[in-house]
Design a protein around this ligand. Structure first.
Ligand code: 1HN
Length: 347
């Protein structure tokens, strides 16, 4: 077989690459194996944030800027390997939000979907499309794409929660829109508990026909209910890889509450150790109760209440509960499943 290039192949190739570079072209064969890796090689780092220092920093932000001035007083949790990109995984954003007594975070809406996981303090509310819900620790609250939302604190304590948004997904698709309301806080068009009564009690309004990708009308999943379910099933035998793990759903369809973000709650009895597991959805975890030793790849962490950690795609995770422990977690799993991409390996 005769070669198309001369004896000094490397030099000729380099010169060729330079020539085509001027025309914004580049050879596939130099990058093929990294474009199509044999298995995911996430550039992300596994990372842990202890709540004690998160709280200290967010309280300091509370002295420097008001919620109204900031629009949202949030400290972003950036993946250490992707600083400056406002993301915790390739597809998800996470941040810690603080609202002080008497403050409001003004009403707006955007095409990005959001979840809140309440961590600390009492007396705040979130309003979603005209209905308020009181935020209690461990509550999982969603503001689906393009729903009006604002927050307020009617109590006497600072209130802190974790925000999770699909910002990187919407950015990737160049599909971001946002709008500020003329009202600081939305008028209440329905009493508190209305959505949960209509859509969250194993019934739906008689004429309700949800479309497949429509987010759930239930926008709060009270921790009290989640914990009661976990406790009730924890009498049986735990799954070797999951302990007792449930996923949050749109009760009308069984799909995830929002099309881009899946969320989960997991109970591990004291002393239980999960078998190693890896999956393609990089996942953010929050310890809501108890404490555990967490292994991600070669790293070992001690995780306590309200600590946040991220497990990148295809990194092996193993959890050893030292007390009865509850983890909340969220990821882009519904996106990967809709595209036929999601995989897991139970070792
Ligand atoms: C947002 O609307 C909230 O409503 C929190 O609390 C964080 C980050 C980026 C864009 C919008 C909220 C956000 C956000």
């Amino acid at each position: 077989m005769s070669s198309v290039v001369g004896p000094d192949v490397a030099q000729e190739r380099a010169a060729f690459y330079e020539r085509i570079d001027r025309n914004s072209m580049t050879p596939l064969w130099e990058v093929l194996s990294s474009l199509v890796p044999p298995q995911p090689r996430s550039p992300l780092q596994a990372a842990l944030w202890h709540y004690a220092s998160l709280r200290e920093h967010v309280m300091e932000a509370g002295r420097l800027i008001t919620a109204e001035e900031a629009e949202r007083r949030v400290l972003i949790l950036e993946n250490p390997a992707l600083r400056g990109r406002s993301c915790i995984t390739q597809s998800l954003y996470a941040g810690l939000q603080l609202i002080m007594p008497g403050e409001v975070a003004p009403a707006h809406r955007h095409t990005q979907s959001a979840l809140r996981l309440v961590l600390d303090g009492e007396g705040a509310y979130t309003a979603v499309d005209g209905e308020r819900t009181t935020m209690r620790r461990g509550d999982f609250i969603i503001t689906p794409a393009w729903t009006w939302h604002d927050h307020g604190n009617l109590g006497r304590e600072p209130v802190v929660w974790l925000d999770g948004l699909d910002i990187p997904i919407v950015r990737f698709l160049d599909a971001g829109f946002a709008e500020k309301s003329e009202q600081l806080s939305q008028g209440q068009t329905r009493p508190e508990g209305d959505a949960l009564a209509r859509y969250g009690a194993n019934m739906v309004p008689v004429d309700y026909q949800p479309k497949p990708a429509e987010p759930t009308r239930v926008f709060v999943y009270p921790f009290e209910r989640t914990r009661a379910s976990l406790k009730a099933i924890a009498g049986g035998a735990p799954n070797a890889h999951d302990g007792f793990k449930l996923r949050y759903v749109n009760p009308a369809t069984g799909a995830s509450p929002m099309p881009t973000i899946g969320a989960f709650a997991q109970w591990l009895p004291a002393g239980f150790e999960t078998r190693p597991l890896r999956s393609t959805d990089g996942t953010v975890h929050v310890c809501l109760q108890g404490g555990a030793e967490v292994r991600v790849g070669e790293q070992v962490w001690q995780v306590e209440e309200n600590d946040v950690f991220v497990v990148p795609s295809w990194h092996t995770v193993q959890l050893r509960a030292q007390r009865d422990t509850i983890f909340f977690s969220f990821s882009d799993r519904p996106v990967q499943q809709a595209l036929g991409l999601w995989r897991e390996e139970r070792l």
